[in-house]
Ligand binder design. Sequence first.
Ligand SMILES: Nc1ncnc2c1ncn2[C@@H]1O[C@H](COP(=O)(O)OP(=O)(O)OP(=O)(O)O)[C@@H](O)[C@H]1O
Ligand SMILES: [Mg+2]
Length: 209
Amino acid sequence: MSYENGKIPVLHEVDLEVQRGSLVAICGPSGCGKSTLLHLIAGLDQPTRGQVLHDGQSLHRDRDLTLLLRSRIGLVFQLHNLIADLTLTENCLIPAIAAGLPKGEARLRLARLTTATGLQHRLGNRIQDLSGGERQRTALCRALMNDPQLILADEPTGALDEDSREQVFALLVDLVRSAGRTLIMATHDRSLADRCDRVVEMKDGRILS
Ligand SMILES: Nc1ncnc2c1ncn2[C@@H]1O[C@H](COP(=O)(O)OP(=O)(O)OP(=O)(O)O)[C@@H](O)[C@H]1O
Ligand SMILES: [Mg+2]
């Protein structure tokens, strides 16, 4: 995978297979390609060579499949990518309504997710008025609104204090263990990585182990 038409090579011969229902951490120094790899898996970027398969099917084979996969994949962006002028509730309802979830059901899900992440008192706040850690948890709630089979989380706890970090990780672990979801999480947090089923070590765009 490279950026700017091959001028900036980022990933090299990356070969990764993740089992459904597992909890995988991706670790490695800043700039090694963790976010790039998550974006490829999500279908936001396309590999220069090779392919990304979900349940054996190519992500970009046709548009319908891509649309289907979009609602089956929840991505927590490292920089959150929330809409600053809108409220927490509005940010989270957008993907749910886009996916066709009835508004009442969407609000119920949001209530459950915000309670699980300690954000229930911030529903009506605009993103620009939230703290960094609150934004990070909002981004997680938004990613989980459509109950995705595959959760891709890019540093989901980087801005959190220890209690919030534990709360968020417990929610993610529960989704994997109880609901059979799959989690791939980029993290610099070794103690969290060590609690995952598997740690994928990256360096200079390659997978070491
Ligand atoms: N859109 C882009 N255009 C050009 N280069 C990019 C782009 N996105 C990332 N890069 C480069 O690709 C490399 C890998 O970036 P990436 O964001 O995947 O690293 P990372 O492992 O997630 O780092 P961090 O731990 O700091 O988040 C870096 O050298 C970065 O500068
Ligand atoms: Mg990154």
